[in-house]
Write a protein that binds this ligand. Structure first.
Ligand SMILES: NC(=O)c1ccc[n+]([C@@H]2O[C@H](COP(=O)([O-])OP(=O)(O)OC[C@H]3O[C@@H](n4cnc5c(N)ncnc54)[C@H](OP(=O)(O)O)[C@@H]3O)[C@@H](O)[C@H]2O)c1
Length: 271
């Protein structure tokens, strides 16, 4: 980014994994001023120190007051300028629908769908106002998942929330384009992180190569957030899974039903 006028970015889920890698990557942009959001204050403060300073907002994003807390923090620290919102915080809990029911779907919807929408709703006037200044591009990047295009067993609630996030992102992009706010969508594949260790895949010598790193997703988020890319799978090759789901749904469904990766990749998720 050429202009060194402050460039303000809110990153949710910055206390680990993809969000932390995104904060580290964004901190290298000229003029970057970061607002780090997650529940674990100690992790956010440590990261802020390592980055040479950042605003920390330690909140549970499913708390109804959380969006206002983020809004006020951006207002206090940056006078109400906001160029990039990365809706990255998310979680997954494995369980079939028969065993875990609506309760498990609902908790997925709360953190993976409702929370990013409520935060966006609260920050949108600020994003639009910043876009009107025309100093930097202004963007929202929503982190969905390849599971937001292809659903596997024992992950119905997670996929439902990530499908919903992807659909809503397209609609929001159309609505916000006239207001100068770009909306990008990032769909990670298997990425080894604290909450999604992918332990079973990593332990399998044949399959560990399909597991990637949070830094790869951070680059995709930067592509969508700073250079106007509309949509990125990360790593890029995961688009094949989404294309196969459209072109050969029966084949994909059979492959997934016999998929040895399916249930256990979720069993190592934090609860
Ligand atoms: N890793 C993968 O394979 C993969 C694949 C596709 C999509 N994704 C998506 O990528 C995003 C990041 O995941 P990750 O792999 O980096 O996992 P991660 O290391 O577990 O990070 C999740 C982040 O979300 C935050 N978070 C979770 N619940 C929260 C809540 N209620 N309020 C505030 N913050 C909350 C966590 O912070 P605190 O615990 O401190 O609150 C943490 O910073 C998620 O949306 C995930 O669905 C990941």
């Amino acid at each position: 980014m050429a202009d060194s006028h402050p460039f303000v970015a809110v990153v949710t889920g910055a206390s680990s994994g993809i969000g932390e890698a995104t904060a580290r990557r964004l901190s290298r942009e000229p003029g970057a001023r970061l607002v780090l959001v997650a529940r674990r204050r100690d992790r956010l403060e440590l990261l802020a120190d390592q980055l040479g300073g950042a605003t920390v907002v330690a909140v549970d994003l499913t708390d109804p007051d959380a969006p206002q807390a983020v809004l006020e923090a951006v207002g206090r620290a940056h006078g109400g300028e906001l160029h990039l919102l990365v809706n990255n915080a998310g979680a997954r809990w494995a369980g079939t629908f028969a065993d875990s029911g609506w309760d498990n779907v609902e908790r997925h919807m709360k953190i993976n769908f409702e929370a990013p929408l409520r935060l966006t709703e609260t920050l949108l006037p600020m994003l639009r106002a910043t876009a009107a200044q025309r100093r930097h591009p202004v963007s929202i990047v929503n982190v969905s998942s390849t599971s937001g295009r292809v659903a596997r067993g024992s992950a119905g609630g997670y996929s439902a929330a990530k499908f919903a996030l992807a659909g809503w992102s397209d609609s929001l992009a159309a609505e916000e384009r006239p207001h100068g706010v770009h909306v990008g969508l990032v769909l990670p594949g298997f990425i080894s992180t604290e909450g999604f260790p992918q332990a079973e895949l990593v332990a399998n010598p044949l399959l560990r190569r399909i597991v990637s790193r949070p830094e790869v997703v951070a680059e995709a988020i930067v592509d969508c957030g700073l250079t106007g890319k509309v949509e990125r799978y990360a790593p890029r090759g995961y688009w094949l899974a989404a294309a196969a789901r459209i072109l050969a749904p029966g084949l994909v469904r059979r492959a997934i039903s016999g998929d040895t990766l399916t249930p256990a990749t979720g069993s190592d998720q934090r609860d």
